[in-house]
Design a protein around this ligand. Structure first.
Ligand code: NAP
Length: 470
């Protein structure tokens, strides 16, 4: 495919190969974008901002609605793109397409609710004759940088609210999965989005990232990805808004008063969805000691039933990791844990980019797997005495995106809600639960600010105060 600069499809001689992670077969190529392309895209985006901020809301709403309709008509094609350039199985990819359509539809709905409020100026002495209000205006050009693991919906989460709010966007999708973002842009253009409003530059983050985020014409960087790249982006962004959706190693607490089968099913799915390459994937499970053995046996049994293989096979439960290099990294972490004395209950092996779903117990605190984000199909079970010990251990990491607790006791649920140091607490489901309209984001190294369309719109617009002196 070509890349998109201000509504025009642009090719280049130098290409980047897009490979199927299952067998490294060539799916397509995209242009090798450069710093010059970023500069051109930003220049056109300045016009795009002027165009979009002057579009009436009903026009933006209609473009967003049409985009969602076009995505619906290309449902299966989009799902196959996700499952061919990325790790997800075709069943997982179909769910992502459904969510991305929902994300764009909600963006259309929220575009009519960008409201301000009247201000009680007369509450201040000397301002008796003042009346006024504030309304929200678009922020300008937004740089949208996205990861590989939800290559369609996480792009939709930035483009939808940015466009709904009247901004223009320069998007840089993950280099390994650029096709889904380009196809989403096709839908936007076909729906009538003025071309100047959107660019999608395909190129390596380490080559073009600094130029994109440090450019003073960019007014906000909306970044989703790993902590390392996130910190670099924050350092180079300078004086502009930043939104950071980063990683985690999410904890789930399972108490003896819960529905055990429900907890096992939900945690297995949450640990291995998208091969564990999921910012809210389950990585650490703290189980009350009296039900530990039962939970462990059911959990391992269910994990062993997983079919690992080709993403497009309808019977596959878990596809390949995004690259063989990533699979090797995960195996290294597994070996580190085994060397340090962790007990491997199942999995731990690799064939190419396929890693078997892996379950550990008795993980030593010195193992990398105990505290870092694995971003792969590896989960650790821990036996704990009580809820307080589980909460203390859950919080004892540098991340805090989602946390979960399984319990049928309201007091326990509220105790966990109050004390877990995370952006969301999910009760009686795993951490791998999200709907696209909720405020989504984390604390500590998991990020800054919130996405979820209405909340992203707040970040992507600013209040302007109007005051009349009567
Ligand atoms: P990544 O390596 O950090 O890459 C994310 C994006 O940043 C890619 O587009 C990448 O481009 C770009 N990038 C890399 N270096 C950059 C730089 N110096 N300047 C600007 N952009 C740069 O992350 P990933 O491996 O794709 O995704 C996995 C991570 O994302 C995990 O940590 C996961 O938890 C996190 N994540 C968080 C959320 C959330 O909402 N909280 C959601 C999904 C994923 P290239 O591809 O060209 O390197």
């Amino acid at each position: 495919m070509k890349m998109l600069i201000g509504g025009k499809w642009v090719d280049k001689q130098k290409k980047i190969d897009v490979l199927n992670p299952y067998d490294n077969s060539l799916v397509d190529t995209v242009p090798h974008g450069t710093v010059d392309d970023i500069d051109k895209a930003i220049e056109i985006a300045q016009k795009g901002y002027e165009i979009n901020r002057n579009l009436p809301a009903h026009k933006r709403i209609s473009i967003l609605k049409k985009t969602a309709d076009i995505m619906q008509s290309r449902y299966e094609e989009l799902a196959k793109t996700i499952a061919t350039e990325g790790s997800k199985t075709i069943k997982e990819a179909r769910k992502e397409v459904g969510r991305a359509i929902n994300t764009i539809t909600i963006s259309a709905e929220e575009a009519r609710r960008i409201n301000g409020k009247t201000i009680p100026f007369d509450s201040a002495e000397g301002s008796e004759n003042r009346v006024g209000y504030y309304y929200r205006f678009p922020i300008g050009i937004i740089a949208a940088i996205t990861p590989f693991n939800d290559p369609l919906n996480l792009v939709a989460h930035k483009l939808g609210p940015a466009i709904a709010g009247g901004n223009s966007v320069v998007c840089k999708p993950a280099t390994v999965t650029p096709l889904s973002a380009l196809k989403l842009s096709e839908c936007f253009l076909e729906a009538g989005l003025p071309g100047e409003i959107l660019s999608v530059i395909t190129g390596h983050g380490h080559e073009i990232g600094d130029a994109l985020v440090s450019d003073e014409r960019i007014r906000m960087v909306s970044f989703t990805g790993g902590v390392e790249a996130g910190k670099r982006v924050a350092k180079h962004a300078g004086l502009k808004k930043i939104g950071m959706e980063l990683g985690s190693n999410s904890p789930v607490i399972v108490l003896k008063d819960c529905d055990l089968n429900k907890a096992v099913d939900s945690c297995v799915s949450g640990a291995f969805w998208a091969v564990g390459q999921n910012c809210i994937g389950v990585q650490r499970i703290y189980i009350q000691e009296s039900i530990y053995n039962k939970f462990r046996n059911l959990f391992v049994q269910k994990t062993k039933s997983y079919k690992v293989g080709y993403q497009l096979d309808e019977n596959t439960d878990m596809g390949p990791m995004i690259t063989e290099k990533e699979a090797v990294r995960v195996i290294d972490w597994i070996e580190d844990a085994v060397d340090k004395g962790a007990n491997l209950l199942t999995g731990g092996t690799r064939k190419g980019s396929l890693v078997q779903p892996t379950v550990f117990e008795k993980m030593p605190a010195t193992a990398t797997l105990d505290c870092q984000e694995v971003f792969g199909p590896v989960v650790t079970l821990y036996s704990v005495k009580n809820l307080d010990e589980a909460i203390e251990k859950s919080n004892n990491v540098d991340y805090g995106l989602h946390g979960a607790v399984f319990t049928n006791n309201l007091n326990n649920a509220f105790h966990a809600i109050k004390n877990m140091d995370v952006g969301s607490v999910i009760v009686n489901d795993s951490t791998d639960y999200r709907v696209d309209l909720m405020p989504f984001g984390g604390v500590k190294n998991s990020g800054l600010g919130r996405e979820g369309i209405k909340f992203a719109l707040q970040e992507m617009t600013e209040p302007k105060v109007v005051c009349f002196n009567l």
